[in-house]
Design a protein around this ligand. Structure first.
Ligand code: ATP
Length: 244
């Protein structure tokens, strides 16, 4: 089954009275269930716009989205989705413990609320931050808490915008292990990243978007073989040059 199916998705933002920005120009994209999919593109290409539409945070101008076989409007009632936005500053006055308990409480998953919190605290090594206020955390710790919150109800689908932003190298390795573990449990993960070495380690397939259009999709290996590039970084730069 396709976990994500996007057809002819368009988004035009209206800016002021007269101007508009065509952020998505009719993209088609599928992500299979259980796949880790890296969504790449330069700044302003349309990645966050795509994710926000998938999450129902903004409406598309045209096109359709299916999640786990459900039409978009239905999906929110049936599909557990974990999300980490690009910019977040959740509840600065709450302690990490209170925040995670609250997120666990909101979850529709079966099981014990406290056990779920304990599990992510362990998985994301949050013990040191547990009694600190969210607003007092450093960037990397805030990111780890945001990731933990996204994983808290064992979502079927994870949508992560720059998930390793601010993480130190050890935390990045832990995060990669968590993603692989999620995949082994059948979770589907769509993530955006500018860290191409991480994408190379993690993604089963990638999609590259440029100026609101998908310009490449496939496994990293397939795309490298087709293009003759030796690294994903080289492939990405070549693709950008050709799409200009
Ligand atoms: P980055 O890698 O920098 O995060 P991105 O690929 O996520 O970029 P988007 O944030 O989706 O890109 O933006 C796509 C285009 O839409 C850009 O030209 C951006 O300026 C424009 N855009 C995004 N949000 C809005 C908005 N609310 N109003 C007007 N234009 C917007």
């Amino acid at each position: 089954m396709n976990a994500i199916e996007i057809k002819n998705l368009k988004k035009t933002y209206t800016v002021g009275r007269k101007n508009s920005v065509e952020a998505l120009k009719g993209i088609d994209l599928t992500v299979e269930e259980g796949e880790i999919f890296g969504y790449l593109g330069p700044n302003g290409a349309g990645k966050t716009t795509t994710l926000k539409i998938l999450l129902g945070l903004i409406s598309p101008t045209e096109g359709s989205v299916n999640l786990m076989g459900y039409q978009h409007e239905e999906a929110r009632f049936h599909v557990r989705i974990g999300y980490v936005p690009e910019d977040h500053s959740y509840y600065p006055h709450l302690k990490v413990r209170q925040f995670l308990n609250y997120m666990s409480d909101l979850s529709s998953a079966d099981g014990n609320l406290m056990e779920r919190v304990e599990k992510v605290v362990e998985e994301f090594k949050l013990q040191k931050a547990y009694e600190k206020r969210m607003g007092d955390l450093s960037l990397g710790w805030r990111q780890k808490v945001a990731l933990a919150a996204a994983f808290i109800d064992e979502p079927q689908l994870l949508i992560l915008d720059e998930p390793t932003s601010g993480l130190d190298p050890e935390s990045v390795e832990d995060f990669i292990a968590t993603m692989k573990n999620g995949k082994s449990k059948g979770q589907t993960i769509l993530f955006c990243s500018h860290q191409l070495s991480e994408v190379e380690k993690l993604a089963d397939r990638i999609g590259i978007i440029s100026k609101g259009e998908i310009v490449k999709t496939g496994s990293v290996q397939e795309l490298l073989t087709d293009s003759g590039a030796s690294t994903l970084n080289e492939l990405f730069l070549e693709t950008m040059e050709n799409s200009n």
